[in-house]
Design a protein around this ligand. Sequence first.
Ligand SMILES: *[C@@H]1O[C@H](CO)[C@@H](O)[C@H](O)[C@H]1NC(C)=O
Ligand SMILES: *[C@@H]1O[C@H](CO)[C@@H](O)[C@H](O)[C@H]1NC(C)=O
Length: 270
Amino acid sequence: MVKLQLLLVFVTSLLFQGSKQAQYSLTNRIINGENAAPKQFPYQVFIEKHVNYDWKPNCGGVVISNRTVLTAAHCIKDSIDAFKIYFGTVDRTNIYETGQQRLIVKRKNIIGHPEYDPHELLNDIALIRLPAEILFDEYIQPAKLPDPDKLYDNEIGVASGWGISDRDSWYAKNNLQYLNVTIFPYEDCKALVHKYNYAKFFPSSFVCLKSSQGSPCKGDSGGPLAIRNEDGTSTIVGLTSFGVSETCEPNMPGIFTRVSSFLQWIKENE
Ligand SMILES: *[C@@H]1O[C@H](CO)[C@@H](O)[C@H](O)[C@H]1NC(C)=O
Ligand SMILES: *[C@@H]1O[C@H](CO)[C@@H](O)[C@H](O)[C@H]1NC(C)=O
């Protein structure tokens, strides 16, 4: 069995160029998702990276306070000097969109987890310290941090992102996509992953999604798997990390970094 993790990382780099031969390099996007409406995912951000004097699509991320955004460690390369964060965004190509705000963050203000393992994709989490406090409004709101004692197994979650939305064309939509999904129980996912040797390790810091309807895909990395609370707020459960299907097939496990495994680290670094 090939080493799946490396094939599957949901980073966006080549994705948005719509090139067919680039498909295995593409980052995640949501396959078979629905168009998100403004204000529906106020905690979601879009992250571009600064390369060759230009801004290129990179990843998703999640607002957790007015000065902190979480993303995946695999989205933050040391070689990139700056990232541009889009807040309150649905159409990432429309810079005149109502509610949209953008901030540029230098690489030195991004803290990757010190034990991030790029081969096994362990500790795939990074924290972005914003250069200014973001003012919250209807378009921009933080997600709550998860309960450290809950697994959220079988709860209804929602994954969102600007990653690949169509496996046939390897095309990503400009409009934020989302997918309502049941969180696949941890023990069931671990058993499945071991049975098919999809990944060497399956630590409790992984959360899993497996849906017949759709999947995250390239370009969705770092973005949220959240649950909606009764009061209208959302709680972040996972950050999109990698998939065991390089073509983002439905019914194949998609793996997220379990945010509750990193609450102490977040507290110490935000
Ligand atoms: C940011 O959040 C902190 C803590 O909740 C609060 O004290 C501060 O006033 C907020 N800043 C802005 C600009 O809203
Ligand atoms: C997803 O769930 C939300 C919240 O329950 C609901 O408002 C929305 O209509 C659902 N979307 C789809 C496509 O089922």
